[in-house]
Design a protein around this ligand. Structure first.
Ligand code: CO8
Length: 260
């Protein structure tokens, strides 16, 4: 597929994906979803990928779903557009390695929903956040009503969702909607620094940590702990990544991770 909106670039195990439709503030249209579906099935599944960074070109990360495309949709089309986006964001969330949103500017509506489907969010001091759907007579449609309260709690989520108010990066940090705020010129360096830190760790361990934490949130303490014990055990044994990591420590050298 020839990409028109996404710009993927792979460098030392880190897949950087830039959303580039700056004339419409990177608003999410059908073309975007088609390209993202393709990227998630192809580039993102490439061997050796340890982290993905998602960012936007220009003054927006993403200013929402494309209002010009949505305005004429019927009930059925609106529901289908929402479900397609939900499936794409869920597939992004389920990638077997961390996904980092590097939020350079506006992250509004579907744009904030996209950022929330990432594992963590690093923001520029210039970034702005909001769920302004109610201004348009809409609700969020890409699981924003579900992810926002899970990330920042019930009342703060309802406040943002019902007022549609835009907040700045400092307020987003206070709400723990983002994990770090940096100067605009440091944004990509910081996102890359974190991705590179992850990229040298035990790949299976990182992947399992992500899965265990995410799955565990839907389980009881007992079920989650049992799942953890099973996966912990699976990292031991001859030729395992756990054995290599522990041996490397004892032999005072860097690990060379085996494939499994
Ligand atoms: N969709 C389409 N085009 C957009 C969008 C958008 N979401 N946001 C901005 N644009 C376009 C503008 O129309 C404008 O185009 P043009 O130059 O052709 O007039 C261009 O981008 C630049 O925008 P502005 O001139 O408005 O730039 P400003 O710097 O003055 O303002 C803002 C920036 C504040 C971000 C402003 O553009 C804005 O308010 N945008 C809309 C934000 C918004 O309401 N987002 C939520 C959209 S709804 C949504 O995301 C629902 C998700 C779930 C969908 C479920 C499927 C059914």
């Amino acid at each position: 597929m020839e990409y028109q909106i996404l710009k993927p670039a792979l460098n030392e195990g880190v897949l950087m994906v830039t959303i580039s439709r700056p004339a419409a503030l990177n608003a999410l249209n059908s073309r975007f979803f088609g390209e993202m579906e393709h990227l998630l099935e192809n580039e993102a599944k490439g061997p050796g990928i340890r982290a993905l960074i998602l960012t936007g070109e220009g003054k927006a990360f993403v200013a929402g779903a494309d209002i010009a495309e949505m305005v004429h949709m019927s009930t059925t089309e609106g529901e289908a557009f929402g479900k397609r986006g939900q499936a794409v964001f869920a597939a992004l969330e389920e990638l077997p390695y961390p996904v980092i949103a590097a939020i350079n500017g506006f992250a509004l509506g579907g744009g904030l929903e996209l950022a929330m489907a990432c594992d963590f969010r690093i923001a520029s001091e210039k970034a702005k956040f909001g769920q302004p759907e109610v201004n348009l007579g809409l609700t969020p449609g890409y699981a924003g009503t579900q992810r926002l309260p899970r990330l920042i709690g019930l009342a703060d989520a309802l406040l943002l969702l019902t007022t549609g108010e835009m907040i700045d990066a400092a307020e987003a940090l206070r709400l723990k909607l983002v994990q770090k705020v940096v100067a605009p010129e440091q944004l990509m360096d910081e996102a890359l620094r974190i991705a590179n830190l992850i990229a040298i760790k035990g790949p299976l361990a990182v992947s399992k940590v992500k899965m265990l934490v995410r799955k565990g949130l839907t389980m009881s303490m007992e079920e989650g702990s049992a799942l953890e014990a099973r996966h912990f055990g699976s990292l031991f044994g001859p030729g395992s990544q756990g054995e290599e990591g522990m041996k490397a420590f004892l032999e005072k050298r860097k690990p060379e991770w085996p494939a499994k």
